[in-house]
Design a binder for this molecule. Structure first.
Ligand code: ZN
Length: 400
């Protein structure tokens, strides 16, 4: 049930009486969570002040994932074999016509999930699926349970250890199926299960499955042959294969992210291009070529028509996802060649309100770019090698 906070009630009463509107105190707060390339540490930065708010010790170098609500960040430490939950310290309380913001300390929650080679982390509407490659198993929990301090999970094993992924979608479980001929290869498809673990229908083929994302009410998995697009129909997931068209050059999506505000997917495609995917469009795939090889990409959750791609020449590009073209390029760092190991330290991108944050691991910096003007707007020093980054924040009324 929705309750009116004190302020909403006061403002409603005043509006009804056509009296003066209360001077309501708005607050904007953003935080960058930055993991280190070498060490088990997550730095929490305030991009506005440039201050380091906290340095949170975790087990090892981590990939970071934020949830839709922004209440938690999850540090997946593949080599260290654990997933550590972090409370972002920022929470929004939606009151319909406005929202309240509560700002507290970012801190480690006393919740870690230990296991063999955790890899893909998928959160969807508060449901969390952790996949442990070394076990070939998905562990399912919720953000609410984690915030309550619970480490309990529902576990679903697959036929063999493999580099897989799982997701909770439309009250069902989607789980990758390992290649029976060689589970060390990428998975061959997605199975749908009830939450009790009963299979529903046949395997949905997705050769060399790698990468998943959601956008609006859709979820997508990337395959060698196209994308599996999942929608909710009659309370169950409906899975459809969207093949790469003949017009695309040879290639495949292996990393996919989902648009916010606009429903689309953005994937890598070969080393020096990205592909925009609009499953509802007649021509669902639009290729955007880049001047050099691609390092990382992110969508803009606020300016929905933009996404950003960082390339190895040290340049950040602004993509206009409606026009399907690069609409601005900003040199930002020294070159970060894509030669060498895939895991070498290279920049990562996240959008924090009106600023785009780009990590620069070799210089120990996070660059800030004004998202409106697309010009540089300062930098924040970070100890060590700032690597993966997620942003959490927004604007709300300060509750009394
Ligand atoms: Zn992976």
């Amino acid at each position: 049930m929705q309750t009116l906070c004190h302020r909403a009630l006061a403002s409603l009463l005043l509006t009804a009486a056509a009296g003066p509107v209360l001077a309501e105190e708005e607050r904007t707060a953003w935080r960058l969570f930055v993991s280190d390339h070498q060490d088990g540490i997550v730095s929490v930065l305030d991009p506005q002040s440039g201050e380091t708010l906290a340095r949170l010790p975790i087990g090892g170098p981590a990939s970071l994932y934020r949830t839709e609500s922004g209440k938690t960040v999850h540090a997946v430490q593949g080599a260290a074999g654990r997933v550590t939950a972090i409370a972002s310290g920022i929470a929004f309380d939606d009151h319909g016509e406005h929202r309240d913001i509560e700002v507290g300390e970012a801190r480690l929650l006393d919740v870690t999930f230990e296991g063999d080679s955790p890899s893909h982390f998928v959160e969807h509407h508060g449901d969390i699926a952790l996949f442990f490659d070394g076990e070939g198993a998905a562990r399912i929990t919720t953000e609410a349970a984690i915030l309550d301090g619970s480490v309990a999970t529902e576990d679903h094993a697959t036929d063999a250890p493999h580099h897989g992924a799982a997701a909770v979608f439309a009250s069902h479980l989607l789980v990758s199926a390992p290649d029976p001929a060689d589970p060390d290869e990428l998975p061959i498809g997605i199975g749908v299960l009830t939450l009790a673990g009963e299979p529903v229908g046949d395997l949905h083929e997705c050769p060399e499955l790698h990468g998943e994302a959601s956008s609006g009410n859709l979820m997508a998995f990337a395959c060698a042959t196209g994308l599996l697009v999942v929608r909710s129909q009659d309370g169950a997931p409906q899975v459809e294969h969207l093949a790469y068209p003949d017009g695309l050059p040879d290639g495949a999506v292996t990393t996919v992210i989902g648009g916010r505000g606009l429903q689309y997917f953005l994937g890598n495609y070969g080393p020096d291009a990205v592909v925009l995917v609009d499953p509802s469009a007649e021509e669902a795939f639009r290729l955007i070529e880049l001047p050099t090889r691609r390092v990382h990409f992110a969508v803009d959750p606020i300016r929905a028509k933009y996404a950003y791609v960082f390339t190895e020449d040290g340049t950040l590009h602004r993509l206009d996802v409606l026009a399907g073209e690069v609409a601005g390029s900003l040199p930002l760092t020294e070159p970060y060649s894509m030669d060498g190991e895939w895991s070498d330290p290279r920049p990562r991108v996240a959008v924090a309100g009106d600023q785009i944050a780009v990590t620069d691991p070799l210089r120990g910096l996070v660059h800030l770019v004004d998202a409106e003007s697309f010009e540089t707007a300062g930098e924040v020093a970070v100890e060590g090698m700032p690597f993966n980054v997620v942003a959490i924040g927004g604007t709300g009324f300060v509750p009394e």
